[in-house]
Design a protein around this ligand. Structure first.
Ligand code: 4AD
Ligand code: MG
Length: 430
């Protein structure tokens, strides 16, 4: 018989089926063995009667969690079974035996992290990884539909990116190189060729932050576009976010339910326009409504973002942060010269900064002044000055922390669960 997935077997609902997978749960009595079998599609209860398997019973009786098996039998509805169906088995082929599986419900977070290579088989991680696959697929789909080209930038860079102290150093033959924190500065070069570009690729940050939203290696979804302005960039960011949520709700309601995510909380973000507010107005709300006073010029702290976002059920764009605390490439807003033409898109439900973006400064004098103020060496940026010396155009882009979006969509407690094998300061294996 041809094997079908467990999901297909349940859809069929009756008659003969052949499925294969791994033992998710097992219990037995003298007469019966119940195996809940999982494959990538779902789980199903299977029952084997001793009377039917006289020769094989000793082996069947010893089957442990995660042993792999091939089964043939008759599927039928059974309200008592975990997913509402049961296969009454008439043929079993034991493919791979399993040792006693070192994961159970009493195991702590740290050990689960050490055994991540096995924990990926859990229903929770399987569901999250499926949603992650939808999210990344939807990001590519969005940019392709909008006429963007996919452009790849180097991961090994000679230095001169955004923020020296958070870069990983690499021994590169007889010199030091760094792992890229962003594709942006190379993307700006390619923007002059392709005009609309994007990528979904790893970025690296040697951040010592032990928070629920920092990884040292994360998948950065970035875009760069010519002839643009701040409102248009925010339109792209909003449309992209909505597109991803729409696809997840179309494809992954079952997975959201498995992980216990109340997906109704995502619906406002599909239906409503995301508010656009300035940094100044956030300070005002914090002062008047939340009794928190932030001195002008200071970046918003986690607790201040949380307080501000309490009143919102969709992401919010905060624009016009003070120029001095922003990356060197964000230009002054001519209408508000102490502030920069950039935005952060903050997520609801305590998800903080999901996206950071801006228009790019093409005024070489301003760029040099900002770099000097940040203590950077101008010679590291000579190629960057070069690209804007031949027909500069207004352009800009943004970067999305893909795992931060997945964390929000899935309602996860920590960003670590938004990726198969997380890397943080303290979690670097397996
Ligand atoms: O705000 P950031 O630093 O902006 C840039 O790197 C720009 N060059 C992007 C661009 O305009 N092309 O990073 C962008 C996003 C943040 O909003 C955040 O969501 C995510 O990257 N991010 C992280 N995600 C996980 N772990 C970390 N340590 C992150 N650091 C930033
Ligand atoms: Mg940022």
């Amino acid at each position: 018989m041809e094997f079908i997935s467990i999901e297909e077997a349940m859809k069929k609902g009756s008659g003969k089926v052949a499925v294969r997978g791994w033992v998710h749960r097992e219990r037995g009595s003298n007469e019966l063995k119940f195996l809940v079998i999982r494959d990538s599609s779902d789980i199903i209860q299977c029952v084997l009667k001793k009377a039917q398997f006289k020769k094989q019973w000793a082996d069947i009786d010893k089957l442990q969690v995660e042993a792999s098996v091939e089964l043939e039998g008759t599927v039928k509805e059974d309200k008592r079974a975990p997913t509402g169906y049961e296969i009454s088995v008439d043929k079993i082929n034991i493919v791979g035996l399993s040792d006693s599986f070192p994961i159970n419900k009493d195991i702590n977070e740290e050990l689960l992290g050490d055994r991540r290579h096995l924990w990926l088989r859990s229903r929770k991680m399987t569901a999250i990884l499926k949603i992650r696959s939808t999210v990344i697929g939807a990001l590519h789909e969005y940019f392709n539909e909008k006429g963007f080209y996919e452009f790849q930038s180097p991961i090994l860079i000679p230095g001169g990116a955004e923020d020296g102290p958070t870069m990983f150093e690499v021994n590169y033959f007889d010199r030091k190189m760094y792992l890229a924190q962003t594709w942006q500065l190379y993307a700006e070069a390619a923007m002059y060729s392709l005009e609309k570009i994007y990528c979904v690729a790893p970025s690296f940050r040697a951040e010592k932050s032990k928070t629920t939203r920092h990884l040292t290696e994360y998948w950065h979804t970035e875009m760069e576009v010519a002839w643009t302005n701040l409102p248009e960039l925010m339109e792209y960011a909003e449309e992209m976010t909505k597109h991803v949520i729409k696809r997840v709700l179309e494809k992954n309601k079952k997975e959201l339910e498995i992980i216990g995510r109340d997906w109704k909380k995502l619906e406002p973000s599909l239906k409503k326009k995301f508010p656009r507010v300035t940094y100044d107005s956030v300070l005002k709300v914090l002062k008047e409504k939340k009794k928190m006073s932030v001195p002008w010029g200071k970046d918003l702290r986690t607790i201040e973002e949380d307080k501000f976002m309490e009143d919102h059920d969709t992401p919010v764009f905060v624009t016009n942060y003070p120029k001095e605390i922003m990356a060197f490439y964000k230009p002054r807003d001519p209408d508000s010269p102490k502030t920069a033409l950039g935005f952060d898109m903050l997520g609801p439900e305590e998800n903080h900064e999901l996206i950071g973006g801006s228009v790019r400064d093409t005024n070489l004098d301003e760029l040099k002044k900002s770099l000097k103020a940040k203590g950077e060496k101008l010679e590291d940026y000579s190629y960057y000055f070069d690209i804007h010396s031949y027909g500069a155009v207004p352009h800009g882009g943004f970067g999305l922390g893909t795992e931060r979006l997945i964390k929000w969509i899935c309602g996860l407690e920590t960003i670590k669960d938004a990726i198969g094998f997380p890397r943080t300061m303290t979690r670097w294996k397996p």
